[in-house]
Design a protein around this ligand. Structure first.
Ligand code: NAD
Length: 426
């Protein structure tokens, strides 16, 4: 293995400053409530209105910021996301099975009642995030979806983002950013009761806030600063690969971009193309260039198997494959948030409008979870129902195990249901 350019550390690091800042904001909001939310919103976002809940009149006015073409394209994207979420929901069937005569076990999927859905809005107002995080819980059957996004300038939520939150079906819209937004929904604020689950992507503060809030509320997954990896060989177009790497690096200066290839010459060609894009006409070169210089990585491997091992170690949020062996790679790779198979499948499609969810695991969380989807808004709960004969067939085993565990109450409740009607127990 040869490292043509180093940048992205293999092990995810969490900054002590971010951990400490988030912990302070969360504990102050938990202790003081609204005054602390106001203080941090004012300090970090220069935003301190009478109420952080966006009034219906403002939501209505946001429609004027969206022209007919954008409205049609937003509806297209919303429809694709809804279509895929509905198809995924249909795969989650309830189950009831008789495992022994008179012993019926089952599971069913119950929607979570109240969800807080965050759309990032610091550097760019991520309008598409509002579709990903609001449309999907509505498909799941969530009663109340509270959408939140940071203010932009001194004007509250960016008009097209506000419009999209409403289009996607938000029940309430809150203008708050970052940690204070998550704290407000987790602990409750104004007359808004705490939610049961918070979801959505964001910067390192947002990801850390969710990590620290887990337990107080449910979280979907850790979805922090965007990452992209591309697996490509000499059959790929280096300029296209370079564009796809920079296209994701523009998310922020801490967004890693990784090329894994089996060809030294191809790796060198992509590095040259990245430099050409950055020196030429790349509109967000300042951000994408900073990300590439700090976190851009190019690894040359000796075999396809080594490519897979390297890729699975990074567990990139987005993983593109542009090779002569796309199907082999697709079948062999295990750790990623979402996979883009072939040169036509660029990450930007899924970021905006193809229909798969763009809230995806970062920081190597792809080792243990996929991204946001309709199933994250459902609880798979089990139940059991027995006849007298069924109970009699389970009771001896339960009683014996409970005895061995010294749990005499457990043993008693089992024996009360045994074939002799609890004669041994009484
Ligand atoms: P954001 O909405 O995540 O964060 C903005 C908020 O951060 C501000 O409102 C502010 O309150 C807070 N903040 C800023 N500096 C702070 C500080 N020093 N201390 C405490 N809080 C602070 O918007 P963003 O910053 O533009 O970040 C969006 C991120 O979302 C990017 O990193 C992007 O890559 C990522 N993203 C990830 C995914 C995913 O699925 N993983 C998807 C889309 C976007």
């Amino acid at each position: 293995m040869e490292l043509l350019k180093a940048g992205w550390p293999e092990r995810a690091e969490r900054s002590a400053e971010v951990i400490e800042t988030v912990s302070r904001i969360l504990s102050e909001v938990e202790r003081e409530g609204l005054p602390a939310i106001r203080r941090y919103s004012e300090h970090l976002d220069r935003w301190n209105p009478d109420s952080f809940i966006v009034p219906a009149s403002q939501v209505k006015a946001a429609a004027e910021t969206v022209d007919d073409e954008l409205a049609a394209q937003l509806e297209f994207a919303r429809t694709q996301v809804e279509r895929f979420a509905r198809a995924q929901r249909a795969t989650l069937t309830d189950l009831e099975v008789e495992t022994l005569p008179g012993v019926v076990l089952g599971h069913k999927h119950l929607p979570i009642s109240r969800v807080g859905s965050y759309s990032p809005g610091g550097r760019y107002p991520l309008i598409a995030s509002s579709i990903m995080t609001v449309t999907v819980p509505k498909v799941a059957g969530v009663d109340t979806v509270i959408a939140m996004a940071p203010p932009r300038g001194g004007n509250g939520i960016y008009g097209p983002q506000l419009y999209t939150m409403d289009l996607a079906g938000a029940d309430l819209i809150v203008c708050l950013g970052g940690v204070q937004a998550f704290a407000a929904l987790a602990f409750g604020f104004e007359d808004v009761a705490p939610v049961d689950l918070v979801v959505g992507a964001g910067n390192a503060y947002v990801a850390e806030a969710k990590r620290q809030l887990f337990g107080t509320v449910g979280i979907d997954l850790l979805a922090g600063p965007t990452e992209v990896a591309v697996i490509a060989d000499e059959t790929a177009d280096p300029r296209l690969v370079a564009a796809d790497l920079l296209g994701q690096a523009e998310h922020g200066p801490n967004s890693p971009a990784l090329l894994i290839t089996t060809s030294h010459d191809f790796g060198a060609a992509v590095i040259a193309e990245v430099d050409r894009w950055l020196e030429g006409d790349w509109p967000t070169a300042e951000v994408a260039g900073a990300a590439w210089r700090a976190y851009g990585t190019v690894v040359v491997c000796e075999s396809r198997e080594e490519v897979v091992t390297v890729s699975d170690t990074y567990a990139a949020e987005h993983l593109e494959i542009q090779t002569a062996d796309d199907d082999w790679y697709a079948a062999s790779l295990r750790n990623y948030g979402s996979l883009f198979i072939g040169a036509e499948a660029t990450v930007a499609f899924s970021d905006k409008s193809i229909g798969t969810n763009h809230v995806l695991p970062t920081g190597r969380a792809g080792r243990y979870t996929g991204g946001l989807w309709v199933g994250k808004f459902l609880k798979t709960v089990t139940y059991q129902r027995l006849t007298t004969a069924g109970a009699a067939s389970i009771a001896p085993s339960t009683a014996a195990i409970a005895d061995a565990e010294l749990m005499f109450g457990h043993a008693l409740t089992a024996r009360l249901r045994s074939a002799d009607g609890g004669a041994q127990a009484l």
